[in-house]
Structures are given as structure tokens and as C-alpha cells.
Design a protein around this ligand. Structure first.
Ligand code: CP
Length: 358
């Protein structure tokens, strides 16, 4: 309860910025370990971005390098998107994705038109997707779309004359979250981008790949880095962890996968732990069943890092926030710079920000 008769104690001392983001010092070392190759990034110029399947290892590494360039250059002298407009259309709740896309776009100098309730558009009057796409193509330069409906992004891109970026479509994919996850992992261990890294890593994923779009897209991107990954262990006590054909596709692309039920037993082996408990299904969300929880007293390897796409629930205890294992805040922060990099490329402005002359 706020006591209105006296000044709040937090207002007496000078405001200090909390030092809460671990891993923040790493973008420079990642940037210096990878040579710039802007030609690779031209492959996604003016493209719709819907699936993690659209990338290659080289594109992911170069996007992360450009993200690192942005993260180490807080004030841009040249704003490459200063005459551009982004349509941000989110019909499902979002803290990180919407605000980090809008932050990324604003930092690049662009303007944003935002829609969070489709009931305020012509959809509520039965307007066709074809007509809405035609209007959006006139009013903006790129569209970022989140929907609980897996198919909506495919329905609209057929008619759009501007690129659309998938910000999460039902239980299907969340490719820009997965890119942000890779950016975090590569800042932590830049050598994982090399064909022969110093050592391979073991990754534990606490979640349900068949139902969680973040996990599905992450596994697809990790398959490009299979030469750096010893094994991926899915920790889940339920049946039906993968969707039909998913595990086979990932194994075929070079990943070694296994499922474990006992978290405490497997934790001491893991270098990276990715945890998520929420899956959007239809109009609501399901949380992962079982007693899979991480906290500061969990038997973690000394240098292990924890990633979480957030929002968190009880599965990720706040006791971890002040430990060296907390890379989930750096992951959420880095998403702004990764999305800046992606938007720069899609909007065909890579030649304006690259150091190398093309
Ligand atoms: N990571 C993520 O998708 O978070 P939001 O739902 O807050 O966008």
C-alpha cells in the first residue's frame, strides 16, 4: 500500500540503473570473431520471414554479427529506416516480441502503426483477408504479425505486396525468437559458429517441441549448428513430446536427440538449459505439466547458462536472477538488436550499415 503522506523511499536516493543483464559485455568479442559478409544477408532482402527453415547457418551467423554491431553502437548516426513504416499486428498477448520489434524499428528511425485488437479492423465486419492485405500494402513497408491461428500468416502473405514477419503463429513457429536465442548462445560461445568449435556442447530443453513454437523454431536453427552440438536432451515427463515427423526431420539434419524424464539427474551434464512452460493452443495457453523447475540450488554445471523465452512461471525461480546462469535477461535484451538486424536486411538497407563496401 502506498503511503500518500510521505515521500516513497525509492524517490529519495538518485535513480540508479540496475546492473541486471548478464552477458551484456559479449557482443564485441562475437563481432570480432566473425568476418562480415553482407552478401549473405542480401539473400533475405524483401523476403517474407515465416519459418526458421528459410535460413542457413551463414545467414544466422551474419544476422547475429549485425545484431552485435547494433548492440555495440547504441547511437546510430545514420538511421536506415527513417522514411519507413512498420505495421505491428498482434492479436495475441505479447510483452517482448511486440515491444522489441517496435523498439528495434524506432531505433532504426522508422514509424510504427500498431494494432493489438483485430476487432478494431474490418475483420470484425467480415472484410476479406485479400482486401486487408491490399490496404496494409498501401499503408506500410513491412508487417509484423502474431496470431494464435497457425494459418493466418500464410493466408495474408498470399495477397501482401510488402514483406511480413512471423512473430509467432499458433503452435507452429516463432523464428525471430529462435534467432534471438542463437544470438545469445553465440555471444556466450563465439566459437560455436565455427565448423570445428573448441568443444561441443550439450543442450537440455525443458519443454514440448511438438506444441511450443519457440522450441520448434529453435531446434530447426540448432540443426544448422549440429557440428557444435554433442547432444540435445529433451526433458519432459509427458507422452507425445514431438509432433509427427519432427524428431525424424531433426535427426536427419544431423542433430543427436534423446528424451529424459529426470531433470535433477541430467542437469549436471548440460552446458545450455532452455526452459519454457507455455504453449499457446487455440485462444488460450497450456503450461507444461510435471515438476520441472529450476532454482539457484539446482545441480547446474558451474558455467551453464539458462535461456527462457519468457514469460516465466514457477518453472524458473527468481533466485536464479542474480546468478551467472541468468542469460535469459540478456536473451530478451538482445532480441531488440537481432530484430534491428533482420529488419535492416528485409528492408534492403544492408549496404547502408555494412562496414564492408559491397
Ligand atoms: N518470447 C515471447 O514470445 O514473449 P512474448 O509473448 O512476450 O512476446
Amino acid at each position: 500500500m502506498v503511503n500518500r503522506n510521505k515521500i516513497h523511499p525509492l524517490l529519495i536516493d538518485p535513480v540508479t540503473v540496475r546492473d541486471g543483464v548478464r552477458g551484456i559485455e559479449r557482443p564485441k568479442s562475437f563481432m570480432e570473431s566473425v568476418s562480415e559478409d553482407p552478401e549473405v544477408l542480401k539473400e533475405i532482402s524483401n523476403h517474407h520471414i515465416v519459418s526458421a527453415r528459410q535460413f542457413s547457418k551463414e545467414t544466422v551467423v551474419q544476422l547475429c554479427r549485425l545484431a552485435a554491431h547494433y548492440e555495440t553502437t547504441p547511437t546510430l548516426i545514420h538511421k536506415p529506416l527513417s522514411d519507413k513504416i512498420m505495421i505491428s499486428a498482434f492479436s495475441e498477448p505479447s510483452t517482448r516480441t511486440r515491444f522489441s520489434f517496435e523498439s528495434a524499428w524506432s531505433r532504426l528511425g522508422g514509424n510504427v502503426m500498431s494494432m493489438t485488437d483485430p476487432g478494431t479492423t474490418g475483420l470484425a465486419k467480415g472484410e476479406s483477408m485479400e482486401d486487408i492485405a491490399e490496404m496494409f500494402s498501401n499503408y506500410g513497408d513491412v508487417m509484423v504479425l502474431r496470431s494464435s491461428d497457425d494459418e493466418m500468416i500464410y493466408s495474408i502473405l498470399e495477397y501482401l505486396r510488402i514483406p511480413v514477419v512471423n512473430a509467432g503463429n499458433g503452435i507452429d513457429e516463432h523464428p525471430t525468437q529462435a534467432l534471438s536465442d542463437l544470438y545469445t548462445i553465440l555471444k556466450w560461445r563465439p566459437d560455436l559458429s565455427f565448423d570445428s568449435p573448441e568443444s561441443k556442447i550439450k543442450i537440455g530443453i525443458i519443454g514440448t517441441p511438438g506444441k511450443m513454437r519457440t522450441v520448434r523454431s529453435l531446434l530447426l536453427l540448432l540443426s544448422y549448428f549440429h557440428s557444435a552440438i554433442d547432444e540435445i536432451i529433451i526433458i519432459n515427463s509427458e507422452e507425445g513430446v514431438f509432433s509427427e515427423g519432427q524428431a525424424e526431420e531433426l535427426k536427419h539434419s544431423g542433430l543427436s536427440l534423446r528424451i529424459e524424464k529426470n531433470l535433477e539427474q541430467i542437469l549436471p551434464e548440460l552446458d545450455v538449459i532452455y526452459i519454457n512452460s507455455i504453449a499457446w493452443v487455440g485462444d488460450t495457453y497450456e503450461t507444461l505439466a510435471g515438476n520441472l523447475k529450476l532454482h539457484a540450488a539446482s545441480p547446474l554445471k558451474k558455467d551453464a547458462i539458462i535461456l527462457h523465452p519468457l514469460a516465466r512461471g514457477p518453472e524458473l525461480d527468481t533466485s536464479l536472477d542474480q546468478t551467472e546462469h541468468n542469460w535469459y535477461f540478456a536473451q530478451a535484451r538482445g532480441a531488440v538488436f537481432l530484430r534491428m538486424a533482420l529488419l535492416t536486411c528485409i528492408l534492403q538497407k544492408i549496404d547502408q550499415v555494412a562496414d564492408v563496401q559491397i
